[in-house]
Design a binder for this molecule. Structure first.
Ligand SMILES: [Zn+2]
Length: 493
């Protein structure tokens, strides 16, 4: 990732950014009815009177949705409110059959959390806390379809399968100052949510959606500038680009004596710019009021404690512990905790191996490159972490060389077999430390390369590397390079 050049750098302005993230919870049924939440089902098949908003149908709260929301909120450092209230958010839209969305308003489920990010403009190690104002539960609306069916050119279709799917909305404080910080906040947020397992955070399927509020103000000014809201951006990279563009645009407007109008804007990724969608005059007045069909949601201490038991070790803490336990670098830890699954696998291997640091190096240097080249995930790797641990021990003991390990990994990927299997199939190869055989090879190499030998004797001692290389080649990579080095030095000395 190349950090974008902040558009406020070198100007007398600073940007103020707040993010609203919607995350779909991985329950099998909807939040207020027992309809399936399965993605990609035939349109309008996962519906019932409750999620269609038929008169007289009553919502029943999904216990699992509450537990997932509480777990996510805890992972984000929030305080869980003992009693939270569901509220109706009233607006008319074709994909909202009830005419209101059940959400939470003045008494949300959780408040006052934070996420730590690298502080944008100061030193590399400085951290900055981005506050989380609230995490609340709500139901999703349906989806308007503008393409993919016969009349799409002049009609819009509605799919109500998504209506009533459980969401949490995570609202940040306006603590974010640069598009890079926004990008990192979102990356950390997604990582934490993935670790809790309450969502798959799949942006293509809309399981994670983000809106950004952004304004600019002169650096010395306390009062916030007028904000614009950027909606429906479907990747973190585009959010960063949209913010870059929008901050630049607002500074230009202010500097040329204009006024920022409060409005909702859409980002066009192909053009790299934002466009006005609707102004404040068209903004919704949601007329929130308490949902009369649902009781206040009470999360008491014992339920909270029960949910807290499912809270995993979070990425930040895990990285710190891994650096401590395995003697790996911060960078190693960062790469190896990219997903919980990778981190779990690495740790199980590192615990079995004699040298965990070597396992870390092999995973990053030999395994991940090969996975990437084939476009497969760690879960599909023919070489398991146990295989990595076994191979690390063989190198550690000097039984095989690094070159031999590479060849065996290649064979493992070619044959779709784990390291120990390939190692057996190849007849448990060993690097040769048999000095008499090596001495013979060295003599042959020296005889075959008189010119290089002459150069060496004339004082070009770096030639020794060439000879080592030739001997390694002659031994088909099976010679122990250290032993070859010693023997050569003796012979030439
Ligand atoms: Zn339903």
């Amino acid at each position: 990732m190349t950090p974008a050049v902040s558009s406020v750098a070198g100007t007398k302005f600073e940007a103020v950014i707040g993010l609203e993230v919607h995350v779909q919870l991985l329950t099998t049924t909807k939040i207020f009815c027992s309809c399936s939440t399965q993605f990609g089902a035939v349109p309008n098949t996962n519906v019932c009177p409750v999620c269609l908003g038929m008169p007289g149908a009553l919502p029943v709260l999904n216990r699992k949705a509450v537990e997932f929301a509480v777990l996510a909120a805890m992972a984000l450092g929030c305080a869980i409110r003992k009693t939270s209230i569901f509220a109706r958010k009233n607006y008319f839209y074709p994909d909202l059959p009830k005419g209101y969305q059940i959400s939470q308003y003045d008494k949300p489920l959780a408040e006052r959390g934070f996420i730590e990010v690298a502080a944008g403009e100061s030193s590399a190690t400085a951290r900055k806390k981005i506050g989380i104002t609230r995490v609340h539960l709500e139901e999703d609306a349906g989806k308007s379809l503008h393409e993919g069916f016969p009349d799409a050119a002049h009609k819009t279709a509605i799919d109500l399968n998504r209506t009533g799917v459980p969401l949490i909305e995570i609202v940040s404080e306006p603590d974010i100052s640069t598009p890079d910080e926004a990008y990192e906040y979102l990356t950390r947020l997604k990582e934490i949510i993935l670790y809790t397992g309450v969502s798959d955070c799949n942006m293509e399927e809309g399981s994670l959606r983000c809106d950004a509020n952004v304004s600019v103000r002169p650096r010395e000014q306390k009062e916030l500038g007028t904000k614009a809201e950027i909606k429906n951006v479907n990747s973190f990279r585009f959010i960063r680009e949209a913010l870059e563009y929008e901050i630049g645009r607002q500074i230009e407007v202010v500097e040329s004596g204009g006024k920022i109008v409060q409005e909702t804007r859409l980002y066009n990724a192909a053009e790299g710019r934002t466009y006005s969608m609707r102004s404040k005059e068209q903004a919704h007045d949601y007329r929130y009021f308490p949902e009369p069909d649902l009781l206040p949601l009470v999360v008491n201490e014992s339920w909270k404690a029960e949910i807290a038991r499912a809270l995993p070790e979070l990425p930040e803490a895990r990285r710190a512990r891994m650096v401590r336990d395995y003697g790996i670098t911060e960078y190693d830890a960062q790469v190896l905790t990219a997903s919980k699954s990778l981190a779990d696998r690495f740790e199980s291997a590192a615990k079995k191996a004699k040298n965990p640091k070597r396992v870390a190096n092999l995973v990053q240097g030999e395994l991940m490159g090969r996975l990437k080249a084939r476009g497969i995930e760690i879960e599909q790797s023919p070489i398991s972490m146990e295989g990595v641990a076994a191979s690390a021990d063989l190198v550690e003991a000097g039984t095989i060389s690094g070159k031999m390990l590479k060849d065996l990994y290649d064979l493992g990927f070619e044959r779709g077999k784990d390291f120990p299997v390939v190692y057996e199939e190849e007849g448990r190869p060993q690097q040769s430390s048999d000095t008499s055989a090596l001495e013979k090879m060295i003599d042959e190499v020296l005889n075959a390369n008189p010119k290089q030998l002459e150069q060496y004797r004339a004082g070009k001692t770096t030639m020794i590397g060439f000879f080592v290389g030739q001997v390694m080649k002659a031994s088909k990579g099976q010679a122990n390079p250290q032993v070859v080095n010693e023997l050569l030095a003796k012979k030439l000395g």
